[in-house]
Design a protein around this ligand. Structure first.
Ligand SMILES: [Ca+2]
Ligand SMILES: [Ca+2]
Length: 221
């Protein structure tokens, strides 16, 4: 059924001016982690189907667990992986429900350990309305910034200071493995000491694993 619909959608394609716009929020992330790409829709009118390609910067891939937002209105999502970091998204409604304005999709993005800052984009954005008139939006570029990993920066704000000590204490109190700064498999006072040392040493020069690196190591071991 999906292939039939896709074929029908393509057959209806004709480019025309449109007030419908997709937008993507810029992303700030760290290598070796997962982040989220939020796609929003504005100016939606009588559209009931939409498709676009997504390409991500090198070293990043889209995850499977895509969430439909409130702008989707009983729509079904089909995702096809075309190549690494390049996917085709198709949203459609067999009942011809129209989209609303607002958040359309949340797409998890796996940021590889070697990923670097770059530009992603949505392209070949096409829509179909209940009147079976198809339209195309322009290409939608978005920035993905991969921040350098700073040892001891537990809260990921780019600084190593008392706030990171507070952050690791909270992890320890919550017995949250995310606070395993020294990567020994336990979350306890030793991790607090480790962060205090990073702060006292002004971080940076210490080669012990960072929080994000520790998480990556655990996932891949
Ligand atoms: Ca910090
Ligand atoms: Ca630990």
């Amino acid at each position: 059924m999906k292939r039939i619909f896709y074929g029908a959608l393509l057959a209806l394609m004709s480019v025309s001016a449109t007030g419908q716009t997709l937008s993507v929020q810029p992303i700030e992330t760290q290598a070796g982690t997962q982040t989220e790409l939020v796609v929003k829709l504005s100016g939606a009118t009588a559209m009931s189907a939409l498709q676009f390609n997504l390409t991500l910067p090198e070293g990043m891939t889209a995850g499977d667990d895509v969430t439909l937002g409130p702008a989707a209105n009983g729509h079904t999502l089909s995702v096809q992986t075309l190549a690494s970091g390049d996917c085709l998204f198709i949203l459609y409604s067999m009942d011809l429900n129209t989209f609303r304005e607002g958040e359309l999709l949340r797409i998890p993005v796996n940021v590889g350990s070697g990923a670097q800052t770059g530009e992603g984009r949505l392209y070949t954005v096409r829509t179909a309305s209940t009147e079976a008139v198809s339209q195309a939006c322009s290409e939608v570029p978005f920035d993905v910034t991969v921040k350098a990993i700073i040892p001891g920066d537990v809260n990921g704000d780019g600084n190593v200071n008392g706030a990171d000590i507070v952050a690791v204490i909270n992890y320890v109190l919550a017995d949250d493995i995310a606070g395993d700064v020294n990567d020994d498999g336990n979350v306890n006072g030793a991790d607090i000491v480790a962060v205090i040392n990073y702060v006292l040493n002004d971080s940076g020069n210490n080669a012990r694993p960072t929080l994000a690196q520790s998480r990556t190591a655990r996932r891949t071991s």
